[in-house]
Write a protein that binds this ligand. Structure first.
Ligand code: GTP
Length: 601
């Protein structure tokens, strides 16, 4: 296809502002998906995805579009709609998807207005030099206030309120005009057709039947079938088994030229061999220089994952191996905890990533897991100058610590005016420092803070929502490390350290953490035959203490008389209860106590 006839774009929006619905309408209007199929697909989406492992709502869909009105009426174009992952944890992948486009449709719910991810996505789009078309969606809603939010949006982008499109993804109103405008306003792709091939990988998905499907945008030259290709970050060469476009099913093609978007299948079995951000070139006479922007995704949040039933350990390993095929950013290595047994220390991009993986392990692989409280990565320098990276609090060095630093984030919070005080209070209590504040409109305020990532992953979002009646929205990105006054708090049961409860906390919060955990554990651990002290300690200094008083456990006391079978039953029951106990030194701790203590905060 002539690059002049191609438009590559994405839709960016805050969650639930209607991106998928608008995309569906575009597929239908361009005739890529028929109306009858549309409904079926919509409903079957999940099952089909699961069965075939390939997304119907593809990472990139090619749609033919004939301009419906105006000077170019009747002219044919190819529109490539590129999907972007929706959450802060995956910012790097979002930015790669955006880099594959020339334009972005910025979608805003006309009943909600601008939210934190609207801003974050807009800034990413502008960073990638994209042309932005502002669009107000859901204008069919009775609560829609397109006039009011057009002002807001125009103010933000620096255009006139009349420049904002008004559409309804639900009814289809305004969508044809929007498609025309995509052709008119977004620039066509530029590239050198005669140069060696260079294509950027913006997504990479593992498919059970076909191996890894890699989505690329060709920048220069041409990729043809039956060619061997090279991944420029590693130099690895792969056979090209299939090349094509998605419309909306995969369709093989004779090659991809400048500006075109499509997929490659090389037979690799693991997305780590075909990484987002990497450049694909030909194996012979390949390009010398990779496209800009390749960055390795780095785990930011760590947690220990342990099977509740120790015999599930091999299954957990197998499940993680499988998930890793489709997730280059998932990181794990075996770890042994005195309290929890054999498990894995896993690294994630963020809290949502952690939750998704955990849920998939439980749902898709039927595993029951305990996860330790998530923690960030600390950089610890000892007095003798040695530098250690700590991903597990229980491994925090005991020696003379000179300096500890922790990852920081730049957070953007949007909130209605009424809740500014509450939001500031929350950020303050989480060691935040305010960087700025702007009124987007008389009612809506943007607050910018620097906060420790460790504070964000610790129920910050829930607190923010509850303090603002659900109205505030949050977005953040990491900005490097900062020194902080951090200490390790250990929890001891009868003098024995319980590694799973060790935490790295700010000095000022250490006492509160110690008190909370010792209290929680006292309530959760049943009485034993002897007294059990529960202590919280920083090094050898005890900062909190609770006691579990001793009892004499006599299950047979209830059985007067000589009913032997009943006695036996009771004894067996007690034995079974024991199986679910973990021994910490001489203390029996029920599995539930660990689960409850690790999830209560
Ligand atoms: P995520 O994929 O979860 O980020 O959401 P999204 O932005 O793709 O939103 P989605 O298309 O799933 O729509 C969110 C909700 O808004 C759904 O309940 C839709 O039915 C509804 N919705 C989307 N567009 C419109 C619209 O134009 N009018 C009305 N009334 N509802 C809409």
């Amino acid at each position: 296809t002539d690059p002049q006839r191609i438009r590559n774009f994405c839709i960016i929006a805050h969650i639930d502002h209607g991106k998928s619905t608008l995309a569906d309408r575009m597929l239908q209007l361009t005739g890529v998906v028929e109306q009858r199929q549309m409904r079926a697909q919509y409903l079957d989406r999940m099952d089909i995805e699961r069965e075939r492992g390939i997304t119907i709502k593809s990472q990139a869909v090619r749609m033919p579009w004939e301009v419906s009105a105006g000077a170019q009426q009747g002219e044919g174009f190819v529109l490539n709609m590129i999907d972007t992952p929706g959450h802060v944890d995956f910012t790097y992948e979002v930015s790669r998807s955006l880099a594959a486009c020339e334009g972005a449709v910025l979608l805003v719910d006309a009943a909600q207005g601008i939210e934190a991810q609207t801003l974050a996505n807009l800034y990413l789009a502008l960073d990638n030099d994209l042309t932005v078309i502002p669009v107000l969606n859901k204008i069919d809603l009775p609560a829609a206030q397109p006039e009011r939010y057009a002002e807001e949006l125009a103010h933000l982008i620096g255009c006139e309120p009349e420049d904002c499109f008004r559409v309804s993804g639900k009814t289809g109103e305004g969508v044809a005009e929007l498609l025309d405008s995509i052709v008119a306003q977004f620039p066509p792709p530029e590239g050198n057709a005669d140069a060696p091939a260079r294509a950027m990988i913006f997504d990479s998905v593992y498919d059970t039947y076909r191996g890894v499907v890699t989505y690329v945008r060709v920048v220069d030259g041409q990729l043809s079938p039956r060619e061997r290709i090279k991944m420029m970050s590693t130099g690895a060469v792969h056979e090209l088994l299939e090349i094509g476009v998605i419309s909306p099913e995969p369709v093989k093609s004779q090659g991809l030229g400048v500006g075109e978007v499509g997929y490659l299948i090389t037979g690799v079995k693991d997305v780590r061999q075909s990484k987002v951000g990497d450049t694909v070139t030909g194996s012979i006479k390949g390009a010398e220089e990779a496209l800009p922007g390749y960055a390795e995704a780095k785990p930011m949040v760590y947690s220990g994952l342990y099977p509740i039933d120790g015999s599930d350990y091999p299954d957990l390993r197998e499940a993680l191996d499988k998930l890793k095929l489709n997730d280059a950013s998932l990181d794990y290595e075996p770890e042994t905890s005195a309290a929890l047994g054999f498990g894995f220390r896993c690294g994630f991009l963020g809290l949502l990533h952690l939750e998704i993986i955990r849920e998939r392990l439980e749902r898709e692989f039927g595993l029951e897991l305990i996860s330790t409280a998530p923690n960030v990565v600390y950089d610890v320098v000892l007095d003798d100058g040695t530098d250690t990276v700590v991903t597990n609090p229980s491994e925090f060095p005991d020696g003379k610590v000179a300096k500890v630093s922790e990852p920081m984030v730049k957070a953007t919070i949007l909130t209605p005016n009424d809740f500014v005080g509450a939001v500031m209070e929350l950020c303050q209590s989480r060691r935040g420092s305010m960087q700025g504040m702007d009124y987007l409109s008389p009612e809506r305020v943007e607050l910018r803070y620097h906060l420790p990532l460790a504070e964000i992953i610790f129920d910050f979002f829930d607190q923010l929502k509850s303090k603002t009646k659900g109205y505030a929205s949050l977005d953040y990105e990491t900005i490097g490390n900062q020194d902080a006054d951090l200490v390790k708090v250990d929890i001891l049961l009868q003098g024995e350290k319980v590694d799973a409860f060790s935490a790295i906390v700010h000095k000022e919060q250490a006492y509160a953490y110690g008190v909370r955990l010792t209290e929680t554990l006292r309530k959760l651990i049943p009485r034993q035959q002897f007294e059990v002290p529960i202590q919280a300690a920083i090094g050898s200094r005890i900062i909190a203490r609770e006691n579990i008083r001793a009892i004499r456990k006599d299950v047979l006391a209830k059985c007067y008389g000589g009913d032997i079978s009943r006695k036996r039953k009771l004894l067996e029951k007690q034995k079974e209860g024991k199986k679910r106990m973990k021994m910490v030194g001489r203390v029996e701790v029920p599995q539930e106590a660990f689960i409850a203590a690790l999830t209560s905060d």
